[in-house]
Every structure is written in structure tokens, then in C-alpha cells.
Ligand binder design. Structure first.
Ligand SMILES: Cc1cc2nc3c(=O)[nH]c(=O)nc-3n(C[C@H](O)[C@H](O)[C@H](O)COP(=O)(O)O)c2cc1C
Length: 439
């Protein structure tokens, strides 16, 4: 099993059904202006309201398109004072809608057509004014009317000055929106465009992207726990020196992300990396192999899938020096003792989770990976060549299981992560079909 069929999209099926019932006829629009010329493609409405953070929506649009998500932008009048529709038309490849009375829409009901074509509506940034309007059902422009007329999920990513955010009326509106089933993304805390510091920053486009991707796919791992290790370990020689390796952690982080997108509760035990914590995941930062083992043991109860992706040191200095070692003329010998094999330890535990190991080899990949799988008695090993994998954004892997070797085409670690996860889920949960994750 090395290829995946396209995403199954329940909301899209319902959107297609409703197209038939609302009398929408795509032939009215010139081909390039169809809201969604490829009915199988995921599509969202991206609403932009009037705030300084509107510029971040441009980057978000690009990220969404890179993930094959079609974007129909709707802007409020105030948003057009911050960024121009021309920018978003160029980025999304579609006319931007701003006007409730848009004459280009054949039945003049842009507010209905836009939301019927969408798998979800994301408003980012969402102004305090817009939150107030949606919380009371006010519909006095195209975006608020589209939101009022939707039958798909609504996600709002607020962005505003910290005082505006904490204003009692805004907090009251927030509670009402949550009670109405609107998903609120953020806001983050930090330095604001006005120079103040506090809560009210728009989430970063990358985080918004992951939230959208999670919302767009079914959640086959809902109610399941996924535990992962990622990154290198660092074995101290003295207080400032140590033995480590060049693992970047990217593959493990991408898998954590994919598991979270598929609905899992995700715990990521990470060695030292420069990567930001993946959204939605609990990250436990560790340094040494011994600390990683302890963190894994603590997080293990209730785990359904365990991905051992970290490049864990096989040996550690037997007695790290208490103080910094001084330079001398004599040879220095460091005695190393073997570390505990975390994957083998978990696989041998009573009632173990479904275990997935990673084999990074510099030669004889197939032979060593399969040997590792049998020796540790684990059902699935992902083999990759260190020359290709370490530090890189993309990779080329072969999956080894009881049915043989399954090479995956070279791809970004993000896309490989989804395929590896689909393969693991199909083995671990036989009722699962692999078309239930993103392509
Ligand atoms: C320079 C400037 C920056 C603004 N930034 C924000 C902001 O970050 N968040 C917000 O909620 N409102 C902000 N506002 C106020 C909104 O633009 C204003 O409430 C507007 O009516 C929102 O309209 P809309 O919700 O229809 O887009 C700002 C206004 C100005 C003039």
C-alpha cells in the first residue's frame, strides 16, 4: 500500500447536494470564475475584516493554495482600507468578493453561493466589530451575510488591541459565539502593532493553516492517543560539552502534526530542536536519552500508536564530568555505556501500543531496517537513508511490515508523514481505510 486515494470529504458531498437544491448553475459564470471548478477540491471562504493583521491573510492564502485548498476571498469594506482585493485576486486566482450587490453573480446572491461552495468559512483576521455582528446575527454586508447564511463550519481568528479583546462587550460576544458553535482560533499574546503587549495577536498563518487542514478532514484518530519521540538527544560529557547528532526533528514533528490533523491527542517527546511546537500537540522537551525514556514511560499509559522517530544516542558517557574538562596534552578517554533502547522497551511493555520505528541507515537500508523490525519485534519500520533524510525538508522512505517493503515516492516530510500515518493506521486499526487522511 503505497498510494492513497483522494480525501473523502463529507461536507463536500453535502455542499454538492445543496448546490442541486439552491438552483446554483455553474454555467452562468465564466469558467475561470466558478467558485469551485473542481468539485473534488477542498475549498474555503477566507473572510478578511478591517485590522492591521489583514496583511497576514495574504501569506495564509498562499499556504492554503500550496496545500491544494481553493480559496474564495471575501473582504469587508474596512479590510480594503488595509490590503487591496487585487493582492488577494492575484494570490487566490479568483475574483475577490466585497459587495453584497455583486452583479457578476447570476442570481445576485453571492452570500448564498459563496458559502454553499465552501467546506468551511475562516475569517482571519476577525475584528471586534465583526465578532459583535456575528454574535448577534447582524448581516449588513457581504461577509456577515455569507456567515449568517452558511451551513458549513465557521472559524474566527480574532485580532485586535488587548484592551479591545478584554473589553467586557467583546468577551460577552466571544462567549455567545462559542455557545453558537463557532470555533475561535487564538488570539495569541505578544507585541501588538500598536506597540502594546498582550492578548489579541492574530495566530500565525502556519498555525491557521493547520487548524484549517484539521477541520477539513475526517478525524479517524479522534479519541486515540499518539505518542512520538523526535529530534536528537544530547549526552553530556561535562557541563558544556556533549555527544549529539544532526537530526533536525522535522520528520517527527511532521508526524505529530499529521496525527493531530487526523484528530488524535498527541504527545511529542522532543530532544533539543529549533522547531516551534506543532499546534495542538503537547510537547515535552528533554535532552538526554535517559530523560527521553522517562518522559515516554510517563506518557505511555493510554497510548494507541507510538512513533519512535528520535535519533536517540546508543551510548552515553558513563560518568559525565561535574566541571568543565580542561585542555591537556594527554589523550582523553571517555567511557561510554549503552543507553536503554526506548522503542524495544515500549514494544516489550505489557499491553504495548502499535509501535512504529524509524531506521536511518547510511548503507544496506533494506537489510538493516528489516533486521531492526524483527529484532525489536515491531510491526512497522520506516527506513530512510541518512544522507537523504537528516535536516532536509523532504525525504524518501521505504515502509517495512509483515507484507514486505513499500517504497513511497520522494516528497516533503509533511506529505510523507500523512502517508506513513495512513499506513500505520491501516495496520493498527483494520477498520480504517487510508482515503480518510489528506493526500
Ligand atoms: C489603523 C486601524 C487599525 C485597526 N485595527 C483593528 C484591529 O486590529 N482589530 C479590530 O478589531 N479593529 C481594528 N480597527 C477598527 C476596525 O477597522 C473597525 O472597527 C471597522 O469598523 C471594522 O470593520 P469590519 O469588521 O467590517 O471589517 C482598526 C482601525 C484602524 C483605523
Amino acid at each position: 500500500m503505497s498510494t492513497l486515494s483522494p480525501l473523502t470529504r463529507p461536507h463536500v458531498a453535502s455542499a454538492a447536494r445543496s448546490r442541486q437544491t439552491t438552483g446554483y448553475n455553474p454555467s452562468y459564470w465564466p469558467a475561470e470564475q466558478h467558485m469551485n471548478p473542481h468539485p473534488q477540491q477542498r475549498q474555503i471562504v477566507l473572510g478578511i475584516t478591517g485590522g492591521v493583521a489583514a496583511y497576514k491573510a495574504a501569506h495564509l492564502t498562499r499556504l492554503l493554495l500550496k496545500e491544494q485548498v481553493a480559496v474564495q476571498v471575501i473582504m469587508t469594506q474596512a479590510a480594503c482600507g488595509f490590503v487591496t482585493p487585487a493582492t488577494f485576486q492575484a494570490l487566490s486566482g479568483r475574483p475577490v468578493l466585497t459587495d453584497l450587490w455583486d452583479e457578476r453573480i447570476p442570481n445576485r446572491m453571492a452570500h448564498i453561493e459563496a458559502s454553499r461552495q465552501a467546506d468551511l468559512i475562516l475569517v482571519a483576521p476577525a475584528s471586534a466589530n465583526f465578532m459583535a455582528k456575528v454574535s448577534t446575527g447582524l448581516a449588513d454586508d457581504l461577509l456577515s451575510t455569507t456567515v449568517a447564511a452558511r451551513h458549513c463550519p465557521l472559524l474566527l481568528a480574532p485580532a485586535m488591541n488587548r484592551e479591545m479583546w478584554h473589553n467586557p462587550a467583546n468577551q460577552r460576544n466571544l462567549r455567545q459565539l462559542q455557545a453558537d458553535g463557532v470555533r475561535i482560533l487564538g488570539p495569541a499574546s505578544g507585541e501588538q502593532a500598536c506597540g502594546e503587549v498582550g492578548e489579541g495577536r492574530l495566530l500565525e498563518p502556519e498555525e491557521l493553516l493547520h487548524q484549517v487542514l484539521r477541520q477539513l478532514q475526517p478525524q479517524p484518530l479522534a479519541g486515540r492517543k499518539v505518542l512520538l519521540t523526535a529530534g536528537p538527544t544530547f549526552e553530556a560529557i561535562d557541563p558544556v560539552r556533549g555527544i549529539t547528532n544532526s537530526s533536525s526533528g522535522k520528520m517527527g514533528y511532521a508526524l505529530a502534526q499529521a496525527a493531530w490533523e487526523a484528530g488524535a491527542e498527541v504527545v511529542l517527546v522532543s530532544g533539543p530542536t529549533a522547531l516551534p511546537a506543532p499546534p495542538g500537540c503537547t510537547r515535552i522537551a528533554v535532552r538526554s536519552a535517559a530523560q527521553m525514556l522517562a518522559a515516554v514511560q510517563e506518557a505511555l499509559p493510554g497510548t494507541h500508536l507510538f512513533f519512535a522517530v528520535a535519533a536517540v544516542a546508543d551510548y552515553t558517557p558513563a560518568t559525565p564530568a561535574e566541571h568543565k574538562l580542561k585542555k591537556g596534552k594527554a589523550q582523553l578517554q571517555i567511557t561510554l555505556t549503552p543507553t536503554v533502547d526506548i522503542l524495544a522497551h515500549v514494544a516489550a511493555s505489557p499491553n504495548p501500543p502499535f509501535c512504529i520505528g524509524f531506521a536511518a541507515e547510511s548503507q544496506h537500508l533494506a537489510e538493516y531496517a528489516e533486521l531492526k523490525r524483527r529484532r525489536k519485534n515491531i510491526p512497522l519500520v520506516v527506513g530512510n537513508l541518512v544522507q537523504r533524510a537528516l535536516g532536509s525538508d523532504d525525504n524518501e522512505v521505504i515502509l517495512f511490515d509483515d507484507h514486505g517493503a513499500h517504497p513511497l515516492a520522494p516528497a516533503s516530510k509533511t506529505h510523507l508523514a500523512r502517508q506513513i500515518l495512513a499506513h500505520a493506521m491501516a495496520l493498527a486499526f483494520p477498520a480504517f481505510t487510508p482515503d480518510k487522511v489528506l493526500p
